[in-house]
Design a protein around this ligand. Structure first.
Ligand SMILES: [Zn+2]
Length: 538
């Protein structure tokens, strides 16, 4: 029997992940993600590049005061410059000033970058790496060495790329991390190059790959198979251009399929939650189709698959959804029959008495004829099922809503929408008005204001996406529009649907059901440990 694979995860969501276009974390966001990854048990978390911007420096000042249970915080920076002494390097000084026990140092291993980008001799290129690592070691730091553009460098000038690695090892680097910085390698290249390098150095290898060829996860796993010990990546694959290797499927694959110990016991079951949490903090919509953690990762299309799922689930699932904390779903595209609805009710956790079924079947048929779709709008379907059994929601009653849009002709400002809603919650009447960029945004803001008086937990609920489709196949004068709204509470998302000849009415229906579903299924409380206590820092 071979010994189980051991793999060390290194997260760079806070540094490389932040390179994604449109992503910007506040310092509080970073501290929250730091604690979440610590709870998950990721051994190394890279906090950023101190000195690169004041925010990174400030982050380290605060983060090094936080208590981490399982993770080690690392800082990232570049080698000394050409012609400079390591002890005079401002960059290395900043790295030391952060006080992190581990520093990840990046250096050039592609000859072209040494001669053309920093315009120095190859000999000096090697010395920059050696001196910088030796200096950090003298100062008592552990050093991981990121060999930038290693794979391209190896293919272009194999001798130079290897000299850089060997110099890093001799200077005291603990990990030699081979980077596919351009992200263009294919698994076969990675396998071959890791094999060759592994035979020539003594310290454990790491791999850091970008996803430009769509192979980042595969390349990371192949590197492990061929002897890499450390895998660097980001949660949800956030990163510049097409992103970095996604640690969510990497951790799931390593644990569930490759038998590699890379996270503490029980952590893999939290991967779905962590993926969604980081998306929420990053203020990005979660990827519904992300392998393992996506909302639809285990959702089967009705029909052949559905009957398969209900009979023997393993036939259509590569792993049990629970293994990664996800859940199984069925996309109810032709709901038609009572049996599909019965199965759907079980999945949604709704008790559906047999005598309510005929009415529900008829209701679904009628609605589908009018343009409703429940294939993705599970939340609306659940509400419909509950109502079929005589249920009426106890949370709020809508009295009226109104919205108008004002465009000041000749004004340069975009038109502004203003909405007023009248709602009764727990016996109190609330009249709230709010503005918005569009009518739906204004209605959303006004409804939220009216409801949060009695339901403060709605602060976590956000409208994630809004899709409108004109259904031209219907009869009559006006075209019918269908609105689908995705709502999130930061832990999970759900979809509601509204249909009407009036786009505002269709939107309102989907919006109200979105909030209602959120109240029916509140968030599960998080462990008391996070979020970070920013204000406690002196
Ligand atoms: Zn990178």
């Amino acid at each position: 029997m071979t010994a189980p694979l051991e793999v060390e995860l290194y997260d760079t969501t806070l540094r490389d992940g932040a390179q994604r276009a449109g992503l910007s974390y506040s310092i509080e966001d970073r501290l929250r993600i730091l604690h979440k990854l610590d709870q998950l048990g990721v051994p190394y978390i890279e906090g950023g590049w101190p000195g690169a911007n004041p925010r990174d420096t400030e982050f380290f000042r605060l983060a090094t005061k936080e208590t981490l249970e399982r993770s080690t915080l690392t800082s990232f920076g570049m080698t000394r410059r050409a012609g400079e002494r390591a002890e005079d390097s401002a960059v290395l000084r900043e790295l030391l000033d952060t006080g992190t026990p581990v520093v990840c140092l990046v250096g050039k291993s592609w000859d072209l970058h040494v001669t053309d980008a920093i315009r120095t001799e190859l000999e000096e290129g090697v010395a920059m790496v050696r001196d910088s690592i030796a200096f950090l070691r003298q100062q008592g730091r552990r050093v991981f060495f990121d060999a930038e553009h290693f794979f391209d460098g190896y293919l272009a000038n194999h001798g130079f790329a290897m000299r850089v690695l060997v110099a890093a090892e001799e200077a005291g680097a603990e990990r030699l991390v081979l980077c596919d910085t351009n992200g263009g390698m294919l698994p076969a290249d990675v396998a071959r190059i890791v094999d060759d390098v592994r035979g020539r150095v003594g310290v454990p290898l790491g791999v850091h790959v970008h996803n430009d060829a769509g192979c980042a996860v595969a390349n990371s796993l192949v590197a492990v198979e061929h002897g890499a010990f450390q895998v660097q990546g980001t949660i949800n694959g956030y990163g510049e251009r097409t992103g970095n290797a996604d640690l969510i499927p990497i951790a799931a694959n390593l644990t569930l399929k490759m038998g590699a110990a890379c996270l503490p016991e029980g952590a893999v079951e939290r991967l779905t939650e962590v993926a969604h949490y980081v998306a929420e903090v990053a203020n990005l919509p979660p990827d519904s189709h992300q392998p393992y953690a996506g909302r639809y990762a285990f959702t089967h299309k009705a029909g052949l698959h559905t009957s398969g799922v209900s009979r023997f689930t393993e036939a259509y699932e590569h792993v049990p959804p629970r293994a990664v904390g996800n859940r199984r779903g069925v996309a109810a595209s032709d709901l038609g029959g009572a049996s599909t609805l019965r199965m759907k009710a079980v999945e949604l956790g709704v008790e559906l008495p047999e005598q309510a079924l005929p009415r529900l079947v008829q209701e679904v048929k009628d609605r589908e004829a009018r343009g409703y779709t429940f294939e993705v709008a599970d939340a609306s379907l659940e509400l419909l099922m509950r109502r079929a059994d005589g249920w009426s929601q106890p949370f709020f009653q809508i009295e009226s809503y109104r919205v108008h849009v004002e465009e000041r002709v000749g004004d340069r400002e975009p038109p502004l929408a203003e909405a007023t809603v009248k709602v009764i919650t727990k016996g109190t009447r609330h009249i709230e008005s709010a503005e918005g960029q569009g009518p739906v945004g204004a209605l959303d803001n006004a409804l939220r204001k009216a409801l949060t008086n009695d339901y403060p937990e709605l602060e976590h609920i956000t409208l994630e996406d809004f899709r409108v489709r004109v259904l031209d196949e219907t009869h009559g004068s006006g075209a019918v529009v269908r609105v689908l709204i995705d709502t999130s509470n930061g832990q999970r998302e759900w979809t509601t649907v509204g249909v009407s000849e009036n786009i505002i009415e269709a939107s309102w229906e989907a919006l109200v059901d979105g909030y209602l579903y959120g109240l029916l299924h509140p968030r599960v409380d998080e462990p008391a440990q996070g979020p970070a206590r920013v204000s406690s820092a002196p």
